[in-house]
Design a protein around this ligand. Structure first.
Ligand SMILES: [Zn+2]
Length: 72
């Protein structure tokens, strides 16, 4: 197996783990390729920009607001 093949396998493993646990951007639906939450994007070994944006937006609304209100 070439060095590139080892890296590809490693990247595939990381994405599969993130998908399985719906970690980060894999926890939201992709607006670009319409992959559901918990599914990989159709772009292999990549996450669409729109999905990352959707994840950040969800993070801002679901994590920061409770933290801010808890501080009051
Ligand atoms: Zn996508």
């Amino acid at each position: 197996m070439s060095g590139t093949g080892v890296m590809d396998s490693a990247v595939d493993g990381v994405y599969e783990t993130l998908r399985l646990y719906r970690h980060g951007a894999f926890g939201v639906r992709c607006p670009d390729c319409r992959a559901e939450a918990g599914a990989l994007c159709l772009a292999r070994r990549s996450v669409h920009r729109g999905r990352r944006r959707a994840y950040r937006h969800q993070l801002e609304t679901t994590v920061l607001v409770p933290l801010l209100s808890a501080a009051v």
